[in-house]
Design a protein around this ligand. Structure first.
Ligand code: SF4
Length: 455
């Protein structure tokens, strides 16, 4: 079959607008289908335009979506169906939790992990007597009735997955890829209330055999950067250490970054191996320094651990992108402003102060929905930069203004100069770049601010 895979983009400016990082779902599913003999073309909208000819010639169009790209994904699905009369399959976290919404635009929705289900669905689409009830994780409409097939009992064995073939991506040159995404694990043993990882991939931490990861890392050249896409790269410290030891032994040529919890600082051997294997930056979900808010999020770390963690990682020469979430029921204007002071005083290299967002699939979404606290389901706004619910101790507008104050203050010329005088050009550049995007964001959101005054 001729299959086109699309990863849509949210055209609004966001915290990672400057870094065009490819998501992995489409290249991976595309590679699996290519290995089954299908003719596959992938388009990542973040990288460039979708080729209309490819859509015209396709038999099936697959679209993957997260919540902030759902609106765009539905628009593409609608166009593909109306203009080209093609079969549309949707997948990804957002539609996994809201399949009935997606079936207004798509013919099929694959919920949860899609690697096995997509192969079985394509087999049925090729069959003269399709039996869609045999496809696990599938939701579909038949004669006006919606069916949700049971979920596969087994999680995907990550060792069975191929190395994603980025040459299938037709709207960018995979040879010139600067940030190379690699996923080595799925699942997370923790349970933060705003996170959908456990609902999607389970609490059991699964990881890929290190020899397969090393095989993939062999392709990385000097000057390239690997981003380990794992939600929690270090949930099993021993396996991470073994992998890092082998990266050092095999003289890994690039440099790398990933997402970790701050409590990794307690394991100095791990930090040593991270640095030695060329980890330059970690993304850390700090969330808050307000003890009540850390409890509210069920984060399982303390302010003391956060402070010690940041200092220790910095002592090892690893940069930190601190990720904060503001707007919990325990937050006040003072506690949010204290977060900003903390981020500056402790010299975080870069930060994001995202607004608490009730993403479908999380406990937070259920709670807020049941209590009438969500005032918009315009999914495009569910990017952490827009208030979409009624906070407890602030008005939506006040929380939105605080979000802007925090970003503007952190990414300011004053802060950039502070680092310039210290000779820290990385942090200087990041602050100037951040300032540019905040300005752009402000221009894009004048109307949103006006509307928020009426909420
Ligand atoms: S936010 Fe991170 S630590 Fe918390 S549940 Fe999600 S992946 Fe796990």
């Amino acid at each position: 079959m001729k299959i086109v895979g699309i990863e849509p983009k949210n055209f609004r400016t966001h915290v990672f607008s400057a870094f065009k990082l490819s998501r992995l779902a489409m290249p991976l599913l595309g590679t699996i289908l290519k290995n089954k003999g299908h003719d596959v073309e992938i388009f990542l909208e973040e990288q460039g335009k979708i080729d209309e000819n490819a859509l015209k010639n396709a038999d099936v169009v697959m679209i993957s979506t997260i919540t902030p790209t759902a609106k765009r994904a539905y628009k593409i699905a609608q166009q593909v169906k109306e203009k080209y009369k093609k079969i549309v399959i949707m997948g990804g976290p957002h539609v996994s939790f809201l399949p009935e919404e997606a079936l207004n635009f798509a013919d099929f929705v694959i919920r949860g992990e899609g690697e096995k289900a997509i192969v079985k669905l394509i087999e049925q689409l090729e069959s003269t007597k399709p039996n869609f009830s045999s496809v696990p994780n599938l939701s579909y409409k038949l004669n006006g009735k919606i069916y949700h097939n049971p979920m596969d009992k087994d999680w995907i064995d990550l060792d069975t997955l191929p190395i994603p073939d980025f040459s299938l991506v037709k709207n960018f040159n995979s040879d010139k890829i600067k940030i190379y995404p690699i996923s080595t694990s799925r699942g997370c043993p923790f349970g933060c209330i705003f996170c959908s990882v456990i609902a999607l991939f389970g609490r059991k931490y699964r990881f890929r055999n290190k020899d397969l990861i090393l095989e993939e890392l062999k392709n990385i050249k000097k000057g390239q950067h690997v981003f380990f896409y794992d939600d929690n790269f270090v949930a099993d410290k021993n396996r991470t250490k073994e992998l890092l030891e082998d990266m050092i032994r095999h003289n890994f040529k690039g440099e790398w970054s990933t997402q970790v919890r701050i409590d990794i600082y307690k394991d100095k051997e791990l930090l040593y191996l991270m640095k030695k294997s060329k980890c330059i930056l970690v993304y850390v979900g700090i969330e808050s320094i307000n003890p009540e808010t850390l409890k509210f999020y069920k984060k399982g770390i303390t302010k003391k651990e956060i402070e010690e963690g940041i200092k220790t990682l910095h002592n090892f020469g690893i940069k930190i992108h601190g990720m904060f979430v503001i707007g919990a029921d325990t937050d006040t204007k003072e506690s949010i402003l204290a977060t900003l002071r903390f981020a500056k005083e402790i010299n975080l290299d870069s930060v994001q102060f995202l607004i608490l967002t009730p993403i479908p699939g999380t406990k937070l979404f259920e709670d807020f929905l049941n209590n009438g606290r969500i005032f918009t389901t315009d999914w495009e706004l569910y990017d952490g930069h827009h208030v979409v619910f009624y906070p407890k101790n602030l008005s939506p507008l006040e929380l939105q203004e605080l979000h802007n104050t925090l970003f503007k203050d952190f990414y300011s010329y004053k802060e950039a100069l502070k680092y310039l005088f210290k000779g820290n050009f990385w942090n200087t550049t990041i602050r100037i770049l951040g300032k540019k995007f905040i300005k752009l964001w402000g221009k894009e959101n004048i109307e949103f601010f006006q509307n928020l005054q009426k909420v």
